[in-house]
Design a protein around this ligand. Sequence first.
Ligand code: SF4
Ligand code: FE2
Length: 623
Amino acid sequence: KAEIEARTITEDGQVFLQKAAQDGLETVWDRYQAQKPQCGFCELGLSCRNCSMGPCRIDPFGEGPQRGVCGADADIIVARNLGRMIAAGAASHSDHGRDLVEVLRKVGEGHAPGYTIRSEEKLKKVAAEFGIAADGKTPADLAVELAHAMEEEFGTRKKALTFLGRVPEKRRAIWDKLGITPRGIDRETSEMMHRTHMGVDNDWQSLLLHGLRNALSDGWGGSFIATEVSDILFGIPQPVPSEVNLGVLKENQVNIVLHGHNPIVSEMIYEAAQDPELLALASEKGAEGINLAGLCCTGNELLMRRGIPMAGNHLMTELALSTGLVDMMIVDYQCIMPALGEIATCYHTLMISTSDKAKFPHMAHHEFHPETAQSKARELVRMAVENYERRLPAKVLPAPNTPTRMMAGFSVEAILGALGGSPAPLIEAIKSGAVQGAVGVVGCNNPKIRQDFGHVTLTRHLIENDILVVDTGCAAVAHAKAGLKVPEAAALAGPGLQQVCKSLGIPPVLHMGSCVDNVRILDLAAALANALGTDISDLPLAAAAPEWYSEKAVSIACYAVASGIFTVLGTPPPIFGSPKIVKLLTEDIEGLLGASFAVEPDPEKAAARIEQHIRQKRKALGL
Ligand code: SF4
Ligand code: FE2
């Protein structure tokens, strides 16, 4: 029992860890245990296998080899490894964005039945930013033109990404001076792979600078496109009530769980699940309905726009299956553990992969393409309904806890809407001190940290101290499970923040979406800075990723810092093999970018660091 409680703070997590053990499943926590002790060289970033003269590793104690076969020292190896992590993360977000651009183009061309333009308002706004005049054009024409312009962003023809138009002047000047203004999205990732090939860039500082540029090509490029095009195609999120935890899986309904990151597949499943014919079939099979539930960011996308409940975050993905209630799990890509398919073989669950670039063991592959997505979605929902009667009663355990209520849907447009259309009231609240500042608490779960403990502990401290929290991704789901995302949670906030939340009817922790939607936080920060005629780094803001695990999170953290936001990481990144790089990223970079990283595994200490940072920023602004 103590071991189970050490793994997660969540009630449903603890119950289903026990159930999983009973059913003989091996979970992510077990596999983590089996890997211990993990390689110390890799933990420090000191191992390299970039070429076939290696693999090489540097002895951190100074006794063994201090150079790889090629002559690379600890600093070069750590910088190259970090650079490749950024490149992988930026590539993931940006490829996700590109897939959406493809759908946008095909909608315009009339080749994507079922998809449509849900926000003409955003289509026109973004088209205008790309210099495309809307006059006299149909939304379809505009969609095609905008898609073509966005396709160009991925290439090399522009000097700087178009969305940099939203970045404060002062920040742009800093990037230009450092030579890190992002050019084409793919160019920066491709160049990172080139630079880190043996015998190319062997200056650790210039490698790190390019790492920042690569991350910026994600934040103000690939991820930005992903979010904006999702809004164009599926609508701009507005505040919406929903619920969270494994209790959202219904015993008497067909449960379809959607997992991954891109809304392209899940939106079509959402449409198909409303189909009267399929609902009638469900009722024929004895089910009271078709219940959709989300996991990870595909879940967040559906939650933000449709109010679909969340079954859980990253570390709940295996445990969701152990309820025995999942009739079908549909995945797209990113953060889908390759273990899931095998776990599902213990139950009746149908596991479906949908992306041409993401296949998994023990999953049936049903590839989605814009042209056929609508009919494919119906086919899958039908299969799920037919699978309902194959549930194995002996293996079913409904969650003992009722779902926790929450509120989501806080896009920048929704937040500004709640404020009456402009950031002025928020700025006033910050000036008056009612709201001391704002922090983005984002990122994943990681079995190295007690599940959700890092997120929830940090966030509780911040709101108690009148700091508004905005969140995305798995952090957002952790906060929701802990009950922090209902307006009543204002009672947990300090007196100033409490007052602001009550007058607006909002929770003290605002759900801004999926991981690519971290750009909504950037966008809001830039809007505040622009309204004040200042730089993002002057504002009392910070970011934290208390339980991060993925390469995407590394890219996000880097674009946050490069955009001027102090960022605290809960799990140490693999850089500690180079004291010079640690010093640069945690101290010296402040002088260049007006922001730095900190690493602090203890969430209470992280809260104290952030509060101190916010006090300093306020003081500098004369507040
Ligand atoms: Fe070793 Fe250098 Fe090759 Fe890396 S690039 S494996 S350090 S020889
Ligand atoms: Fe995510």
